[in-house]
Ligand binder design. Structure first.
Ligand SMILES: [Zn+2]
Length: 57
C-alpha cells in the first residue's frame, strides 16, 4: 500500500498566487497557479492575457 498518491490533492497543496501583468495596459492582478493555463481577461481593458507569458515576479 505505497501508492497513495492523489494528484488533485497535491496540486491543491502547492496552489499559490501568481502575479500577471496585462501587456496591453499594464494592469497587474493575481491568478491562482492552477488557472495559469487558462486565458485570463484583463478587467481594465478586456484584453485576453495568457498568464504563462505575462507572469511577473
Ligand atoms: Zn489590460
Amino acid at each position: 500500500m505505497t501508492d497513495q498518491h492523489c494528484p488533485g490533492f497535491e496540486s491543491n497543496k502547492t496552489l499559490k498566487e501568481v502575479r500577471v501583468k496585462c501587456p496591453e495596459c499594464g494592469k497587474e492582478w493575481e491568478v491562482f497557479s492552477d488557472e495559469i493555463t487558462k486565458i485570463s481577461k484583463c478587467s481594465a481593458c478586456g484584453a485576453a492575457v495568457d498568464p504563462k507569458t505575462c507572469t511577473i515576479k
